[in-house]
Design a protein around this ligand. Structure first.
Ligand code: AMP
Length: 394
């Protein structure tokens, strides 16, 4: 099918591949995990049988195997119209999605310093797919790009100027594709245009970020130079006092160890001592596990503080929007967050909040709420497919 679009999302040891038809319907998806490990495996969604991979398969080998499998199953016939690639960091170079050529690859490589865990593997996916489909257009869609409209007062840190001018130290923001989708979908649900819609978008998954969107544009966001800043996340601390590094150093904790602690051992996992999975935490808290309840409390309180902070960037608020695995699926977390927002006059409807969200979008606020609250399932793959199709058609 010449009109189909492939979407590639390569993580450090996993990858997702999705296939969209010309009407933007997802017709297949696949997942490979534990790549570069002896127990690497891959599966087509909806089928428990594994797709055969070479032992210790690389990202390239897994992509090749999954594309072959799409072909064997007649899901992909001929060549796709375009291939869309998720790239985490576009630095200040990429302010929007672009078609990939050799120069683009080099520029993505140059941004790898800012996202050493992500950009190199994103690039490996691009190179593998360009080798498989050398004649097809490939689009790179950046997590940072949507935030290129942040005003300087929002993206600059109060550091000596050379930190920014020489080293590019500034706030970039992430989850841009998801926040952009929220801006678009919230406008649709509100019966408005994105250009006249202002929302606060809370993306709460394993990674969490919140963005103030003014008239369709990102004007403030919680993640910064790296995706560590801001909200409490699954294993990431979010905001801490920068004085912590020196304090830890005096206790023999190196910068590398501190980095690992803040990224991998903190957040919900660190506070609860049990798990980074919100669903499990809620169950543990229900069984009286106090550290799990504390993790939930800190998560929701930090989030509510940030909702308040985001209002400083808005002249109107058309909706507070929840998305991501937690935002879409947890009435409890939405309720526990909104309970701190009484002064803003935000109230949920207990019934709507309980019933809504799971795989569907809609309002969860009470009629008395000063501002509407929406739940919208995110769809970053769809945005990447649409961007790839748009660039390929241009
Ligand atoms: P994501 O990274 O967007 O896939 O989100 C993953 C997070 O969503 C994990 O912490 C899950 O525990 C959480 N999650 C998924 N379903 C639920 C649920 N029903 N209640 C609470 N958290 C959930």
């Amino acid at each position: 099918m010449e009109e189909s679009i492939l979407v590639v999302n390569c993580g450090s040891s996993s990858l997702k591949l999705a296939l969209f038809d010309q009407k933007n319907r997802k017709i297949a998806s696949a997942l490979a995990e534990k790549l570069n490990n002896s127990d690497a495996f891959a599966r087509i969604s909806g089928d428990d049988n594994p797709v055969e991979l070479p032992a210790g398969a690389s990202h390239e080998q897994a992509l090749q195997a999954l594309v072959n499998e799409f072909r064997n199953r007649q899901l992909l016939t001929g060549t796709p119209k375009a291939i869309g690639h998720r790239v985490v960091h576009g630095g200040e170079t990429f302010r929007e999605a672009v078609l990939v050529d050799d120069a683009t690859e080099q520029a993505i490589e140059a941004c790898a310093e800012l996202a050493p865990l992500h950009n190199p593997v994103n690039l490996a996916g691009i190179r593998a797919m360009r080798a498989l489909f050398p004649d097809r257009p490939h689009a790179a869609v950046f997590d940072t790009a949507y935030h290129h409209t942040l005003p300087e007062r929002a993206y600059r840190y109060a550091l000596p100027e050379h930190c920014y001018t020489q080293w590019g130290i500034r706030r970039y923001g992430f989850h841009g594709t998801s926040h952009y989708f929220m801006a678009r979908e919230a406008a649709r649900l509100l019966g408005k245009t994105p250009a006249t819609t202002s929302i606060i978008s809370a993306h709460l998954g394993n990674g969490c970020s919140i963005t103030a969107i003014r008239d369709g544009l990102s004007v403030d966001t919680s993640m910064g130079l790296t995706p560590l800043e801001g909200l409490v996340m699954g294993t990431r601390s979010g905001d801490v006092d920068p004085g912590l590094f020196d304090y830890l150093a005096t206790r023999g904790v190196s910068a590398t160890e501190a980095h690992r602690m803040l990224n991998n051992d903190s957040g919900l996992l660190g506070l609860s001592g049990q798990t980074n999975d919100m669903r499990s935490l809620c169950e543990l808290a229900d069984h009286g596990h106090e550290p799990s309840q504390l993790a939930i409390d800190v998560f929701c309180f930090r989030l509510a503080r940030y909702v308040g902070a985001m209002t400083a960037s808005l002249a109107q608020l058309d909706a507070l929007v929840f998305t991501g695995g937690i935002g879409e699926n947890s009435p409890r977390i939405r309720q526990e967050t909104v309970k701190h927002l009484g002064l803003l006059g935000i109230e949920l409807d207990t019934g709507l909040n309980r019933d809504h969200g799971r795989m569907s979008d809609g309002f969860v606020s009470s009629p008395d709420s000063r501002f509407p609250v929406l739940v919208i399932p995110t769809n970053e793959e769809l945005v990447i497919a649409q961007e790839a199709e748009r660039l390929a058609s241009a």
